[in-house]
Design a protein around this ligand. Structure first.
Ligand code: A2P
Length: 273
């Protein structure tokens, strides 16, 4: 049975969600979302800049899952942050999705102007059109600045984290602030070769699970929200078949020790998009 987490505002979020970064707009995204929901996923994570919100909405409608039964996240893009278009950009996302609320709305990156964007998100939250609000790619110093200027604590910070780049110090800091961690590139991302690591295959063999399933289970047991991405139906299903086994503490440690400290994606203190 799938696990859920209660966020600091009371929202309940399913711990495994389908990520759709780099999932092409059109039938690929429609099918991925529909397959995920029909498999039992109740959590989809998109963003304006993924340019597939319209197809995400279509996949949701084709699956026919009642609105209250699934959790949908989207994100405010950097250009809209810099242009102070938070409120308008949010409504545009809702219109593309064909929804009248999202479960979680995030500032995608700490782009110049994110402080005002956080004010916009609080206004959206107060209106009820986002049931929770949070941030993504915020480092400790961004969170500290935010908390010094706001009474509303972000529900989540969505950050890069995988066995290759555990990002554990930041996760521990977020935990002390009551901010839940969501992980992107949880499988090491596209272009990486984490899943080819023989340590993961060996551990998986003990449980009859693949390397990807082992890594997703590792995330679940460390308590974070995990957002694996796949466009393939078989993998989407496989990535959700992770609730019937438990990694031993030794296996958890062996996976954690794969950490290289090197990011797969962009550095939140040095990005140019
Ligand atoms: P694909 O979309 O072609 O299935 P992350 O979630 O860390 O960003 O990683 C996603 C990458 O891992 C994608 O390249 C995805 O490819 C691949 N992937 C996702 N699920 C699996 C799986 N169960 N087995 C192998 N590769 C997977």
């Amino acid at each position: 049975i799938q696990s859920t987490i209660t966020l600091n505002n009371g929202s309940v979020i399913p711990q495994v969600g389908l990520g759709v970064f780099q999932t092409p707009d059109g039938e690929t995204t429609v099918n991925a979302v529909q397959t995920a929901l029909e498999t039992g996923y109740r959590h989809i994570d998109t963003a304006m800049i993924y340019r597939n919100e319209t197809s995400v909405g279509e996949g949701i409608r084709r699956a026919g899952v009642p609105r209250d039964d699934f959790f949908l996240t989207t994100k405010l893009w950097n250009d809209d942050i810099r242009a102070h278009r938070g409120l308008d950009a949010f409504q545009e996302s809702l219109d593309r999705l064909g929804l009248d609320y999202v479960d979680l709305y995030l500032i995608h990156w700490p782009a110049d102007g994110w402080q005002q964007a956080w004010d916009d998100l609080q206004e959206i939250y107060a209106s009820g059109r986002a049931k929770a609000i949070g941030v993504s790619n915020f480092q400790q110093h961004h969170i500290e600045e935010l908390l010094n200027n706001s009474d509303v604590v972000p529900a989540v910070d969505q950050i890069e984290s995988s066995p290759q780049f555990t990002n554990q110090e930041l996760i521990d800091f977020l935990t002390t602030k009551g901010i839940h961690t969501e992980t992107w590139s949880p499988l090491g991302g596209t272009g990486g070769n984490l899943l080819g690591n023989p340590v993961l295959a060996e551990i998986g063999a003990k449980y009859g699970k693949s390397a990807a399933q082992v890594v997703i289970r590792w995330h679940i047991q460390r308590g974070v929200v995990v957002l694996p991405k796949s466009t393939h139906a078989e993998r989407i299903k496989q990535n959700f078949d992770v609730f019937d086994f438990n990694l031993s503490p030794e296996d958890m440690d062996a996976i954690t020790s794969l950490n290289t400290g090197h990011r797969n994606g962009a550095d939140p203190d040095d990005f140019d998009f």
